[in-house]
Design a protein around this ligand. Structure first.
Ligand code: NAP
Ligand code: F7E
Length: 388
């Protein structure tokens, strides 16, 4: 018989890719979505089927991780074989503004899922995946392993209310596994991105700005700490790892990462290069700027396909040479920063047989191409730079 999965956070980046993957594998997929005053299902609308049709294999339930009554009711109704707890307030900077809410959703929300499964007598049936994070490590130099990476045995030192809430989620998942013999696992996932990434995370903010600047719709990209180093993978690869984590004989925790780290500054360069715009850095700290020094016209034409449709714009990128396209705005600095993240995927590669399909170049290329299309589609709309 086909398996049934329940995904919290199904409307988010990972939830949407995971739902696609599980549907491809023949699962009946249930998702928890929050009631919102405007539509919040853009990432999964293509999966939604008319509930009046026969053989519906995708169903959404209104719910919220702060409400244990609805969590219990939904799990009782769905009787899932697998729960993927991806729901969270996932923005690190925003977590400093709403720390109590984040503790409630990202920390206590995990407990509500585990406890619901226990109360309903589903501990033998239901396997649980908890969306843990590399933010648990906090980027402390002294906590890396002998190879210079963070792995499953590295100590934690979270540096934000988000990281602190997620550390509760990590330990309560492990505790329920040990106390009640539940199949409950943490995936300690390093940053993963995609064209569906929220627009206020740094990679998407950069690729959106690259597209908007290349099409003459934005003048400048403002960023915070460009020295930060992140281990960036593709969300599509990472949801495959989530699924594999729940298919093992024994429940364990796994690091999911690429093993390569890149600075925000280098990501900016790669992104602008995708549209033929070459950046040179000048100045330091808050005075650092990225100046356009050269336009690769062939690359630009290929990436932006400026003349299709031909009436799109008369904008010439070469007019921007010498202009400061990237500036620092300290408003984006965090009260405490995670300077460096670099994960060791040895365990997930050997035990799960997990093999990522994307490298950073492929990720950047896909994200920029997608954002160029979005900017072109909305060409006549007012374009503001993204704040976040
Ligand atoms: P995302 O795009 O921000 O999606 C978060 C999801 O959680 C959305 O569906 C959101 O609903 C939902 N949500 C927020 N508050 C909720 C609440 N109170 N009750 C129920 N659902 C709620 O995040 P993501 O990038 O897909 O990440 C998925 C999970 O992995 C998160 O738990 C995140 O913390 C964790 N994680 C992410 C990364 C990464 O690099 N992406 C790395 C490690 C761990 P709305 O659409 O209504 O806002
Ligand atoms: O920041 C720096 C910023 O917001 C990355 C979440 O998915 O991954 C994500 O958390 C870095 C930080 O992601 C801007 O200071 C510079 O050092 O894209 P981000 P994050 O904080 O790493 C982890 C693993 C999660 O679990 C989280 O849920 O980039 N940075 N300038 C900036 N960041 C933002 N957002 N905006 C800037 O303008």
């Amino acid at each position: 018989m086909n398996k049934t999965a329940l995904i919290t956070g199904i409307t988010g980046q990972d939830g949407s890719y995971l739902a696609e993957l599980l549907l491809e594998k023949g699962y009946m997929v249930h998702g928890v979505k929050r009631r919102a005053s405007s539509f919040n299902t853009a990432r999964i609308d293509h999966l939604y089927m008319d509930q009046h049709e026969n053989h519906v294999n995708f169903k959404l339930h209104y719910g919220d991780l702060t409400d244990s009554t609805n969590i219990i009711r939904i799990i009782q109704e769905v009787q899932p074989d697998e729960i993927y707890n991806l729901g969270a307030m996932s923005h690190v900077k925003v977590s400093f503004d709403s720390p109590e809410y984040v503790a409630n959703v990202d920390g206590m929300g995990t407990l509500r899922i585990l406890e619901a499964v226990r109360i309903l007598g589903l501990t033998e049936k239901t396997r649980i995946y908890q969306a843990s994070t590399s933010e648990l490590y906090g980027g402390l130099e002294e906590n890396k392993n002998e190879k210079g990476f963070y792995d499953e045995n590295s100590p934690f030192y979270p540096r934000s209310p988000y990281g602190v809430a997620k550390i509760y989620g990590f330990w309560i998942t492990k505790n329920y596994r040990e106390a009640y013999n539940m199949y409950a696992c943490n995936g300690i996932l390093f940053n993963h991105e995609s064209p569906r990434r929220g627009e206020t995370f740094v990679t998407r903010k950069i690729t959106m700005a690259t597209a908007a600047i290349a099409l003459g719709k934005q003048e400048c990209l403002y960023l915070g700490n460009m020295n930060a180093l992140r281990d960036w993978g593709h969300a599509k690869d990472y949801v495959e790892a989530m699924w594999r984590i729940l298919q093992q004989d024994v429940a364990e925790d796994y690091v999911i990462a690429t093993g390569v780290t890149t600075s925000v500054r280098d990501f900016v360069e790669l992104s602008f290069k995708e549209v033929g715009l070459n950046i040179r850095w000048e100045g330091e700290g808050v005075d650092e700027v990225g100046v356009l020094v050269e336009v690769d016209e062939d690359k630009y034409k290929e990436a932006v396909k400026f003349n299709e449709p031909s009436n799109l714009s008369t904008f010439q990128p070469s007019n921007l040479i010498g202009k400061q396209l990237i500036k620092v705005d300290p408003a984006y600095y965090r009260p405490t920063e995670v300077d460096l993240l670099l994960g060791d995927p040895t365990k997930s590669k050997t035990k799960l047989g997990w093999k990522p399909q994307y490298d950073l170049a492929g990720l950047v290329s896909e994200m920029v191409a997608s954002d160029v299309e979005i900017v072109k589609k909305n060409f006549n709309a007012q374009w503001e730079h993204i704040v976040g």
